[in-house]
Design a protein around this ligand. Structure first.
Ligand code: NAD
Ligand code: USQ
Length: 402
């Protein structure tokens, strides 16, 4: 298949591009490298020394013999170029990762809020509009988020895959209808994903666009089979307070002797997936698109559910790291239940990678390889959801020994 990977230089996009290339697909990465620019803005770098995109692609050719093409283009701003590119490349499928994806970054300033909305909503709409404009019938696979459902809205009721059956009262009794699950975003970033859902629903209905929306949980881990083949292919590892996600942060913190930073009580329950399952799920989704005229196909792309404090305890037990409860910089439920259906991927053959001590240790070892690349002043999360919320000071790093 000819597959365009929008956002293919990022944390999920890079390993997905390599996985699909290794499996024989013809890959074109489109990315404006904005994530690398945000590293410069935040004065922090990936914990792993990621290489420039050109070097990454040359290394992949040397290691695998396969070519991946790259176009540096802004999906949100370069509409005409996008139409031409679709007409030239004629993709069978498009995987859309190209959005600003950090909730704390999206809340850090008015500028970041506006950038996140402009970038994400315009990018997604440009893609859909350009497909129709170019007359290209490619299947679109979009990376959405579990956060569109919100947390705690339905107590312990399982979260369905995208659509909720509701009873509608009528003069003659009642009708049962399936509606898009109510959206309940917890940040400006998550809000853009709920807006994306409406864009998808409209273009599927109006233009017969074939769209799959993957409501992905928090991704942990860093390496896949392909990114481990050569140091130059290493995947990014975000550890800072804006972009680092919780479990990878805990593993990095343990590796350098920083206390594990639990926000609030740690009673927040979240859904997780390992990066190796991310790339497999995307391949399954690419191979199983909906037909033209069908509604948007939604999968919950997640394999396990944990409370934040239980993850901290697990990492602490494994490593001896201290756990510290910090004032929560976010506005979110202190405690919530979360039960998630993921039957669709399981039915299509996903064999979930579960959070075993071996895999945790593997990530901790990657983190401990680069202690000199950590800036301890970037670890504590400082983007607050509302002005005046307390900001925690830096914490002391005490290396734990071998
Ligand atoms: P990332 O920031 O590492 O990668 C996103 C890539 O898209 C970057 O390389 C960036 O340069 C590019 N990009 C952004 N805006 C662009 C634009 N306008 N034009 C062209 N390129 C653009 O993020 P990630 O962690 O790889 O996440 C990828 C997708 O998966 C995101 O949409 C995110 O919302 C979703 N997701 C991620 C996670 C996670 O835990 N990382 C979990 C659930 C969903
Ligand atoms: N948390 C801590 N300590 C930390 C970091 C986070 O307690 O040091 C807590 C947060 O307060 C939150 C939870 O851990 O309650 C998850 O935070 P996170 O940063 O790991 O994840 P989140 O902000 O939800 O965002 C990440 C990705 C995003 C994706 C989302 C999937 O950055 O792109 O959409 O996970 S989901 O959470 O399922 O919506």
């Amino acid at each position: 298949m000819k597959i365009m990977i929008l956002g293919g230089d990022g944390f999920c996009g890079w390993p997905t591009s390599l996985h699909l290339s290794a499996n024989g697909h013809d890959i074109l990465i489109v990315d404006n490298l904005s994530r690398r620019c945000i590293d410069i803005e935040l004065e922090v770098e990936s914990l792993t020394p990621i290489r420039p995109i050109g070097e990454r692609l040359r290394a992949w050719k040397a290691v695998s013999g396969k070519e991946i093409d790259f176009v540096n283009m802004d999906l949100a701003l370069q509409y005409s170029r996008l139409v031409s590119l679709l007409q030239e490349f004629q993709p069978d499928a498009i995987v859309h990762f190209a959005e600003q994806r950090a909730a704390p970054y999206s809340m850090r300033s008015p500028r970041a809020k506006r950038y996140t909305v402009d970038n994400n909503v315009r990018g997604t709409h440009n893609l859909l509009c350009a497909l129709v404009d170019a007359g290209v019938d490619a299947a679109v696979v979009h990376l959405g988020t579990m956060g569109v459902y919100g947390y705690g809205w339905s107590g312990s009721a399982p979260i369905p895959e995208g659509y909720l059956a509701v009873k509608v009262p009528t003069p003659d009794g009642e009708l049962v209808r399936e509606i898009l699950h109510p959206a309940n975003p917890g940040s400006v970033y998550h809000m853009t994903k709920t807006l994306d859902q409406l864009l998808f629903a409209f273009y599927a209905k109006n233009d017969g666009a074939r769209i799959t929306d993957l409501h992905q949980g928090i991704v942990w881990g860093t390496q896949t089979v392909q990114t481990s083949l050569d140091d130059r292919l290493v995947n990014r590892f975000d550890y800072d307070g804006d972009y680092g996600t919780v479990l990878n942060r805990f593993l990095m913190q343990a590796a350098i002797g920083h206390p594990l930073t639990v926000h609030g009580t740690g009673g927040q329950t979240r859904a997780f997936i390992h990066i190796r399952d991310t790339v497999r799920c995307i391949e399954i989704a690419v191979n199983n698109p909906p037909a033209a005229g069908e509604r948007v196909s939604v999968f919950n792309q997640t394999t396990e559910v944990y409370k934040v404090r239980d993850l901290a305890q697990l990492v602490s037990k494994l490593t001896g790291a201290a756990v510290v409860m910090l004032p929560n910089p976010r506005q979110e439920a202190a405690e919530n239940d979360l039960v998630v259906r993921n039957d669709r991927f399981l039915a299509l053959g996903l064999n979930p990678t579960t959070l075993t001590e071996g895999l945790l240790e593997e990530v901790r070892l990657i983190a401990s390889k680069y202690p000199d690349r950590v800036d301890p002043s970037k670890i504590v999360a400082r983007s607050v959801w509302r002005k005046g919320m307390p900001v925690s000071p830096d914490l002391q790093v005490v290396p734990l020994g071998p």
